[in-house]
Design a protein around this ligand. Structure first.
Ligand code: SF4
Length: 695
């Protein structure tokens, strides 16, 4: 949709889950000028450094422009025939669970919907997982345990209206900068207090009223301590709690946990408890520091428990708030793009839910149980259980835990197709078939941001000849596998309407996700669709959930979940005395295929590094900028030391962005163990143990 003066196309930033609106104007040289959209509710014109540098990242260098088979250029017909044949043969010879798709929060909802329909409805396998497994799976599991669905209760307006914002496991200032700016603006106008809970002193601490340098992995102990304090002070909301189950057991478990595990001093704990208990309008924001843990789901529920017990949820300025890492992590969750979920927030293992979807799709086969989650999926690719694998817009050879083993597993898999905008990634180099995809700015569809707002991404420039949208490739493979009617899509609008209609059928099972009010959009209305927060049905639009204490569990009650603190899986010892934390930096995105094209972004922190405390540096005789070897039994990395007291003694931090292409010795996820949360299957990416030595 063009703006009023007809000069700009409205779209959405392709980076984080804030989902900022952007205005795209051709720059007259084949590129785009990118500015913030003042009318988008997520950002109201603001952009961070990454969003404002988008125009610098659209060059054609490195683009994959033609399909490749076995490293040789091929035409689309042959490439798609090959993919369809290899998947069809694997299913025929070895059964549906011998194939898998590994997809991405970079995909648009329409792409994600077709991928999920193809795998779960037609190939008959639940082996479709997504890099959102590395990002938000623990939140999905925690939401489902507490609410009965994967529902984000609040909205971004809550950040404007809160009197206290708690950031836990979230460096919002760098990872979701525009939301951080919103909180700073609220602080200036209403004096919002900010608490940061993080083992590191991050940029988010700069304006914080309180920083709690919690011991790695100790969030459950802290929030259990808070819940026990809430009960001691008589702050349980008795009226709200009438519609909660599990309260007594949860309070008992919370009271039994030991606050000493947090590593925090009494004064800090008292200050936090006083702030939280004394402020009704409190929002607790959580992100990867909570999710990427072997107890990630319990951490999420420990946070939700505090908000449920006090009734501080679903009301203006109150609630737990998960911020998602990727532009369409939420859309992927909504279409059911995880191996253990079904589309429209239905349950894969519920026969009535499956029947609704199977009927709607007129699908021949539906899996009855969860498929392989990411870590197990790549293990199966390496040992021959997966015979055909399609990886779309993600680079698991770098980003998965135990990345060297995952790289070997992909190399060992019988057949691997990769769709991407570049053929020069660690994963793309292992592909049997490479499929060139349309990039951001060239493709059209929708994304859902962290507060359930659906926005359009729109094409502002034509895709290069030879590149295709993902939904188109997926539908074409579906047709070539024999399902012509089910995948007879010509436009993303057609896919969106089908999906919206399915959500109406799903809502009849008492589900939260309902966008049936968008099922009759004409092509022109889809094209001009303004950002809209779901649900969008005849009975309801936008708004918050659970303020009325009605939940989506079978008995309609919210569930308090009794949880107890557990230490990270890997224990430190004399051989590996350091706890390795990994994460993002301000100006790079994932494996840098786009952001590294901007000199401005690359100049922020130009090379891979390891943050280490001055006491540890002295003991190891390391000086600032020295090269160090970081190592454990799984792998090693050579990094530049940054001596800083932003990390605690015994803890080190390294960014996750560099790859075999950009810095072969700095593939940090090679050192992350493939340990997962038993409920969510999310890997513990922030608590490896390593040795550090001068290089
Ligand atoms: Fe893009 Fe996120 Fe920055 Fe907004 S905050 S401009 S969505 S990277």
């Amino acid at each position: 949709m063009a703006t009023g003066d007809g000069t700009a196309i409205r779209s959405t930033c392709p980076y984080c889950g804030v989902g900022c609106g952007v205005l795209l104007r051709p720059d007259g040289q084949g590129g785009l000028d990118v500015t913030g959209d003042p009318d988008h509710p997520a950002n109201r014109g603001r952009l961070c450094s990454k969003g404002s540098a988008l125009g610098e990242t659209l060059g054609m260098e490195g683009r994959l422009l033609t399909p490749m088979i076995g490293g040789q250029p091929a035409d689309w017909n042959r490439a798609l025939d090959t993919v369809a044949a290899r998947f069809r043969d694997a299913v025929a010879e070895h059964g549906p669970d011998s194939v898998a798709l590994y997809v991405s929060g970079q995909m648009l909802t329409e792409d994600y919907y077709v991928a999920n329909k193809l795998a779960k409805g037609f190939m008959g396998t639940a082996n479709i997982d997504t890099n959102s497994r590395l990002c938000m799976a623990s939140t999905v599991a925690g939401h489902r345990r507490a609410f009965g669905t994967d529902t984000v209760p609040g909205t971004y307006e809550d950040l404007d209206e809160a009197d206290l914002v708690v950031l836990t496991g979230s460096n919002l200032a760098w990872c979701h900068p525009v939301l951080y700016q919103r909180i700073i603006a609220a602080r200036e106008t209403r004096g919002t207090k900010i608490v940061v809970i993080d083992p590191r002193r991050t940029a988010s601490c700069e304006v914080a009223d309180l920083h709690l340098p919690i011991a790695p992995g100790a969030d459950v102990a802290l929030f259990n301590g808070l819940l026990a304090e809430v009960a001691r002070r008589g702050l349980i909301d008795a009226h709200f709690a009438r519609n909660l189950s599990g309260l007594e057991d949860t309070l008992r478990a919370a009271g039994a946990d030991d606050l000493a595990a947090t590593g925090l001093g009494e004064d800090d704990l008292r200050a936090f408890f006083d702030l939280w208990c004394g402020t009704e309008k409190v929002v607790t924001i959580f992100s990867q520091g909570v999710n990427q843990s072997s107890s990630g789901t319990d951490k999420v529920n420990a946070i939700l428990n505090c908000h449920l017990a006090t009734g501080r949820i679903g009301k203006p300025g109150q609630g737990p708030f998960s911020v998602t890492g990727q532009p369409n992590a939420m859309g992927g969750r909504e279409v059911g793009g995880l191996a253990n979920t079904l589309t429209c927030h239905l349950d894969l293992e519920n026969p009535a839910h499956r029947a609704t979807v199977q009927d709607f799709w007129d699908a021949p086969a539906m899996p009855e149980a969860a498929g392989l989650k990411a870590v197990d999926l790549f293990e199966a690719a390496g040992d021959g259980r997966i015979q055909a694998l399609w990886i779309i817009h993600t680079n698991p050879a770098v980003t998965m835990p135990d990345a060297d083993r995952v790289r070997d597993a992909i190399a060992a898999c019988d057949f691997v197709a990769v769709s991407d905008v570049t053929g020069h990634t660690d994963t793309a180099r292992l592909a049997d078939v490479l499929l060139p995809a349309a990039a951001w700015g060239e493709k059209s569809g929708t994304v859902t941001n962290s507060d359930r707002t659906i926005s359009r991404q729109r094409a502002a420039v034509p895709a290069p000849a030879g590149c295709r949208p993902d939904w188109d490739m997926l539908a074409e493979v579906g047709r070539r596998m024999g399902w012509a009617n089910a995948f007879a899509y010509d436009t993303p609008a057609q896919i969106f309407r089908e999906y919206a209609a399915l959500s109406g059928a799903a809502a009849r099972h008492g589900r939260d996700f309902d966008i049936s009010g968008l099922a009759t959009l004409t092509d022109a209305q889809y094209e001009t669709l303004s950002p809209v927060r779901w649900p969008v049905s005849t009975g309801r639009t936008g708004g918050r959930f659970f303020g009325d204490s009605r939940f989506f569990t079978p008995d309609g009650r919210g569930r308090m979940v009794a949880v107890s603190a557990r230490a990270p899986a890997a224990a430190r010892d004399d051989a590996r005395p350091f706890r390795l934390n990994t994460g993002r930096i301000r100006d790079q995105w994932h494996t840098m295929t786009r952001t590294a094209k901007s000199p401005r972004l690359s100049s922020h922190l130009p090379e891979p590094f390891l943050d280490i405390h001055p006491e540890d540096a002295v003991r190891l005789e390391l000086s600032e900028a020295a090269l160090v070897r970081v190592e454990n039994a799984r792998g090693s990395a050579i990094l530049r030391a940054r001596v800083t007291d932003s990390v605690r003694p015994g803890q080190v931090f390294a960014p996750m962005h560099w790859t075999g292409e950009t810095a072969p010795s700095a593939r940090i996820d090679a050192l992350v163990p493939p340990v997962v949360d038993p409920v969510s299957g999310q890997p513990e990416s922030k608590a490896a143990t390593v040795s550090v030595a001068p290089f």
